[in-house]
Ligand binder design. Structure first.
Ligand SMILES: *[C@@H]1O[C@H](CO)[C@@H](O)[C@H](O)[C@H]1NC(C)=O
Ligand SMILES: *[C@@H]1O[C@H](CO)[C@@H](O)[C@H](O)[C@H]1NC(C)=O
Length: 607
């Protein structure tokens, strides 16, 4: 309390000192209404400001003690000229020769205020973290009590002729600063009226009261708005929500809670309402565990409401994280703008009721190829740019990142992102798709070729190759044997010729030629046999071939013997009958051998 008094004293002294400097304006009337229903405190000051000086005035100063100013989330000045209402620019300034410990704001008047004239201004100031839980820790069964501190007098750099102060309260009042001029009527605590107070008058007022309304604080909200020129705006919101009120002590009992949730958990909250744009669709709500299907969704022509119910009630100091997502029709939010630009017009801020967002990040993901990006907001934000890559993107999508701390529902105002976009870029993704499919096709072909290359070295392929080689070799052997048989036939015919012509010499020559051919064929046969012997796949055919070779050798021997016998008989001039009887057994043997060779040849040609 000491510091407050000191502060008041300083204010008073400085106020008196400076009162001469700014004495042209006076506040003829200041009615303050302080709404303490929510954890976000709204102060509406209805002011009548009069110019008592000789000169025209174009600005009006507002003052806030620094202790309050540090919790100020937004300040707006409304002005009405009788027909139309305006919001007047209200900016912080640092005027010279004025008391410190006070933060000043300047309202630019729409027209100069002449001598003796009065202007009516409604100033809405929104404060966060201004309700201090007291006690700081409560049990599940207790109600939450909070303390609010303010200046009983309107803090003003100008003298205030007439003023009043009203607190609107949500419930029971534990205590409040007693003062002769105070009354408590139902849920309203009224101070004043006070007359003729000098500039910077100060006297603390403290209200201690019950407030079980949800103290929902989003420690962080990341909102991603992704534009697709194919007709869709996809919004994804990631929340970290905590309870900013009195901490829960002595643990939580779900049984008690379920039996009487309003008695045994009055300070907690378990439902949050998200107000989404009217034509939101594909809405989902999930946490780390998965989709939460108990959430309710209902919509009318004005808006879509999503009821978010976390898996457990949120008590003081507790935290939960979840994500909600939805899609919006693009044509509701994207418009043509001047200079061939496009403009996205959407609201900033959090769609949840009465939630304070400590750190709000809005990311607007524009289509790939967007250029000349500019942003228009009604309040300052920290702006940066980023790039997001998703499937099919080459250059990535430009992302506009807006950051703002201490965001309250009053910040749910429209902001605009302007950008240039070439329609050709729209075709880039289908083109990519086509090129992608083509590349896939090429890759498949390459893969198939690779596959063949791989199978060339595979054992099954080697086996196949070897088997083909075996077949070719067998075929070759068969040819050789056909030639053997032809050579035998020649020898036989040379003998028939001999019996007709008696030309022994040509018969001997034929025998010589056949002999040479047999040797030639044997030479040719040898490596083929060696190959088959070394080749496991020929194991089934090899015995037949070896038998063939044996029989053929035998046949050659018999053939030669017969030939010799016949020629000898001719040289000895023996008769035909004699010759036939001599070679009869040889001939018989030869015939059976020939049959065997032929049948063997038939059987090996079947492979
Ligand atoms: C959650 O629900 C959304 C919308 O109904 C759906 O697209 C998504 O696949 C669901 N996710 C899981 C993990 O079930
Ligand atoms: C944005 O949309 C709102 C609501 O439709 C409208 O009032 C406002 O004029 C729009 N702003 C711009 C710059 O288009």
């Amino acid at each position: 309390m000491d510091r407050r008094l000191q502060f008041a004293f300083v204010l008073l002294c400085l106020g008196l000192l400076s009162s001469t400097a700014r004495s042209d304006l006076v506040v003829s009337k200041a009615e303050r209404l302080v709404d303490l229903n929510s954890h976000i405190v709204r102060v509406l000051s209805k002011l009548k400001v009069e110019n008592e000086g000789p000169d025209d005035v174009s600005e009006v100063l507002l003052a806030l003690p620094d202790a309050q100013a540090k919790n100020l989330a937004a300040i707006r000045t409304f002005y009405s000229d009788g027909k139309l209402g305006f919001v007047l620019p209200t900016e912080p300034i640092e005027p010279k020769g004025m008391p410190s410990d006070v933060t000043y704001y300047s309202i630019a008047l729409p027209k100069k205020l002449g001598k003796g004239k009065t202007v009516s201004l409604d100033v809405l100031s929104i404060f966060t973290r201004s309700l201090k839980p007291f006690p700081e820790e409560i049990t599940q069964a207790e109600s939450q009590l909070v303390v609010y501190t303010d200046n009983m007098y309107y803090t003003s750099p100008y003298p205030v002729k007439y003023q009043s102060l009203v607190f609107r309260l949500p419930g029971r009042v534990e205590s409040y600063t007693k003062y002769p001029k105070v009354e408590l009527v139902k849920s309203e605590l009224r101070y004043g009226p006070f007359e003729m107070q000098p500039a910077f008058s100060y006297s603390p007022v403290v209200v201690h009261f019950e407030n079980n309304n949800p103290f929902a604080v989003a420690n962080e909200l990341v909102r991603e708005i992704e534009i697709s020129h194919w007709g869709n705006v996809r919004v994804t919101e990631q929340y970290t929500i905590s309870h900013g009120g009195a901490s829960l002590k002595n643990g939580f009992s779900r049984i008690e809670y379920q039996a009487r949730p309003y008695m045994r958990g009055a300070s907690s909250f378990r439902v949050l309402i998200a107000k989404l744009p009217a034509r939101a669709h594909s809405v989902y709500y999930r946490d780390e565990i998965g989709n939460i299907s108990t959430s309710h969704l209902w919509d009318d022509s004005q808006r879509t409401q999503l009821e978010i119910e976390p898996r457990f009630p949120i008590f003081g100091g507790w935290k939960t994280t979840f994500t909600i997502g939805y899609s919006l029709p693009l044509h509701d939010f994207l418009f043509e703008a001047d200079g061939g630009k496009r403009v996205l017009n959407m609201t900033f801020g959090c769609p949840l009721d009465e939630v304070l967002v400590e750190k709000h990040i809005v990311k607007v993901v524009l289509p790939e190829g967007s250029k000349d990006i500019t942003v228009a907001t009604l309040f300052p934000t920290k702006q940066s740019e980023d790039v997001k890559y998703s499937h099919l993107d080459i250059l990535g999508r430009p992302v506009v990142v807006l950051e703002k701390d201490n965001v309250v529902p009053e910040h749910n105002l429209y902001f605009q992102v302007y950008y240039k976009f070439n329609n050709i870029s729209l075709l880039s993704e289908p083109m990519m798709l086509i090129v992608g499919i083509f590349l896939l096709f090429v890759a498949c072909i390459v893969y198939m070729h690779t596959d063949l290359a791989i199978s060339k070295t595979s054992s099954s392929y080697l086996e196949k190759l070897q088997w083909e080689e075996v077949q070719a070799t067998v075929q070759h052997i068969k040819n050789i044997f056909d030639q053997y048989l032809a050579a035998h036939d020649k020898l036989e015919s040379s003998l028939r010729d001999l019996s007709r012509s008696g030309d022994v010499q040509s018969c001997k020559a034929a025998r010589k030629a056949a002999d040479a051919q047999f040797k030639e064929l044997a030479k040719e046969l040898k490596p083929l046999l060696t190959f088959l012997q070394s080749c496991s796949q020929a194991s089934s055919i090899l015995p037949k071939i070896e038998e063939l070779v044996t029989k053929e050798k035998e046949m050659q021997e018999k053939e030669m013997a017969k030939h010799t016998t016949v020629v000898d008989c001719f040289e000895k001039k023996l008769g035909g009958k004699d010759i036939e009887s001599r070679i009869a057994s040889q001939q018989q043997k030869l015939t059976s051998l020939k049959q065997e060779v032929e049948s063997l040849l038939d059987s090996i040609s079947e492979i």
